[in-house]
Design a protein around this ligand. Structure first.
Ligand SMILES: [Zn+2]
Length: 156
């Protein structure tokens, strides 16, 4: 099966610096050498020392997320050197604002429907009292034979 000693597997950073990777290498868990391009993009944008500094600054359990964020930001910076991922953030914020205003409009619609159903028709001795909508100043009240209301049911 395995022939002799396994070659020590260097991470992408150590491999690009042509040095051996140690068990203490901070980079190793996050930038394996089988994806050199992923590391090289981040290295070009941030530089090796900054990557190491940022990894040291965050808790070990948050380093995976931090690295994913660095990769994302570095790729955005390569695609759009001026704005980087700020453009994407701005677009998403615009979308959120649009969706929030759509949501507010739908909530108002629902409120009005609740109001209408609660006050729909109160049949009292032949009087149909119509509700005023919250926006309108007037109400239309008609006098109707209550039996008329049931007519559609008989027709079925
Ligand atoms: Zn390494």
């Amino acid at each position: 099966m395995a022939k002799g000693r396994m070659a020590p597997k260097a991470c992408a950073a150590c491999r690009s610096q042509r040095k051996k990777c140690s068990d203490e290498c901070l980079i190793a868990p996050h930038f394996p050498s089988d994806d050199m391009q992923r590391y090289s993009i981040v290295q070009k944008v941030y530089g090796f020392n900054n990557i190491v500094r940022m990894l040291k600054d965050v808790k070990p359990e948050q380093r995976g997320d931090a690295v994913n964020s660095l990769v994302y930001e570095a790729r955005a910076r390569m695609e759009d050197p001026v704005n980087g991922c700020a453009r994407v953030v701005h677009e998403l914020q615009k979308q959120i604002a649009e969706l929030e205003s759509q949501l507010a409009a739908k909530q108002e619609e629902i409120m009005n429907m609740h109001f209408a159903s609660e006050n729909l028709l109160s049949v009292d001795a032949g009087h149909v009292l119509c509700a005023t909508s919250p926006q309108s100043e007037y109400s239309v009240c008609e006098e109707v034979d209550p039996m008329m209301l049931w007519e559609p049911l008989w027709a079925v």
